[in-house]
Every structure is written in C-alpha cells, then in structure tokens.
Design a protein around this ligand. Structure first.
Ligand SMILES: [Zn+2]
Ligand SMILES: [Zn+2]
Length: 245
C-alpha cells in the first residue's frame, strides 16, 4: 500500500500513512481550556462519576479523557501528562494521547489549560445547610453533665464519626447543643446515629430508646429523623469492662 499523500509504502488508513492520516484526522481536538470543579471545603474533585477524594495529578488523566473529544474510531485511548501551575487556579498541561485507529498505533502531543473552579460537593453542601437525619440525645441519670464528662462523651462520638468517615462513609456532626442534663449531637446519617448510640450505651453502661419523626418525602418515600435517647449511668462510673450491667 502507498500513501496517496506522500507516496511512502506501508500500512495505510483511508489511503494515508499514519503520519499523513494524523495530520488530517487528529486523534483529539482539544479545546484551549477545560474546567474542573474543586470543592472549596474538602478538596474533592468533580469527575464524571461523582465527586472524588483524589489528588489532582491523579485525576488529570481521567479529566482529559472525560473532557477532550476523541476521534470516535480510536480505541485503547490513554492519556499521559505533565502539568505546571501557572497560578493557584490555572494549570498548563502538556499531554500525550496514544490510541489505535484502524490497527495503527498513533501518538499525539497537545497542550491544554486546566482551569480550577471553586465548587461545593454534595456532602459539604449538606454540612453547610446543617443537614441531619439523626439526633443523639445523651443524658445522664444521676446528675448534670460536668464539662469533663461532656467533653469525654462528645470526644467519643467525634472519634466514632471520624472512624466511619475514614472508611468512606458519608457522615458528619452538623450541630452539638449542650442542654440541661446532657448534650444533643446532630448527625448527618441515621445509620451512623443508630450504631453510635449503641456504642455509647455499651461503653458507658446505658440504654437506648428511639423515636422517629416524619419530616418529609423524597421520591414518594417517607423520610424520618430519628432521635436516639441514650441514658447513661454516668461516664464517671468507668468504661467498658468494669462494673455491672
Ligand atoms: Zn504519507
Ligand atoms: Zn466538599
């Protein structure tokens, strides 16, 4: 086969050698700039499949893949890149795309500016709106909660929330309210509120009661906020493994 453009012998696509084919049909037609939203609060990056907690450098190949139009005939498309920050909001990305078209391996270099836009991910939007699904009402039976005991209980709940959050569970404390005889902790997840109520009761010899309250509907389903009343004999009475139940 001969290239109709340059006459060179070898494999051709549409009558053209790889080099001339690429000149006429680039693998990618990159725009001058592409945008990516970064959550102003937690740094998550908005990707095609949702907001992801990833390093920007690791996200760039996926962002290129999602946002740069590629010749529909191309297969095995991979992007590699190096980037340089021009300022905190703009990155100059030098990228290479490799692909196969009609059995020919092609590589192309291009530059694109990546503009970072400040956004707010759904989790942080909820946090800002003080969203909650469950309330832990922690009360001691014996006396008012002293500041040390109060801090110990709040710390216990904060640690329990941090453990879940580290495992990728969507949970945060949206509000803490100190009241007579105890404290109320508002949690964004009802599932987490229920299990943390149990953990509190186990660790401090208490009992758990719950009362759901209808607060709305979503897609025809009733939504409940549940209050978990955790009655403790008193955090001063010791921790797990002491005393009687
Ligand atoms: Zn040619
Ligand atoms: Zn966020």
């Amino acid at each position: 086969m001969f290239c109709v453009e340059c006459g060179r012998e070898g494999p051709t696509i549409d009558g053209l050698c790889a080099e001339d084919f690429r000149k006429r049909h680039p693998i990618v037609r990159p725009p001058e700039a592409i945008d990516a939203s970064v959550c102003a609060d937690c740094g998550r990056i908005e990707m095609g499949k949702g907001w992801a907690r990833v390093d920007l450098e690791i996200a760039i190949p996926s962002l290129l893949r999602e946002r740069i139009p590629v010749d529909p005939r191309a297969s095995r498309v991979t992007f590699t890149h190096t980037s340089r920050a021009e300022d905190p909001r703009n990155l100059d990305v030098a990228a290479k795309v490799a692909a196969q078209i009609e059995g020919l391996d092609l590589v192309e270099s291009f530059r694109v500016r990546l503009r970072l836009k400040a956004g707010l991910c759904p989790t942080c939007t909820r946090r800002h709106s003080k969203y909650y699904e469950g309330i832990l009402q922690v009360r001691t039976e014996t006396k008012d909660l002293g500041p040390e005991d109060r801090d110990r209980l709040v710390g216990f709940v904060e640690a329990a929330v941090a453990r879940r959050s580290a495992k990728g569970e969507e949970v945060f404390i949206s509000k803490i309210e100190d009241v007579r005889g105890g404290t109320d902790l508002y949690l964004s997840s009802n599932t987490a509120a229920r299990s943390i109520a149990r953990e509190l009761a186990d660790a401090f010899y208490g009992s758990v009661g719950s009362s759901p309250k209808l607060y709305g509907q979503k897609n025809g389903k009733d939504l409940y906020r549940v209050t978990y009343l955790v009655r403790l004999r008193g955090p001063s009475s010791g921790g797990r493994g002491h005393g009687t139940k």
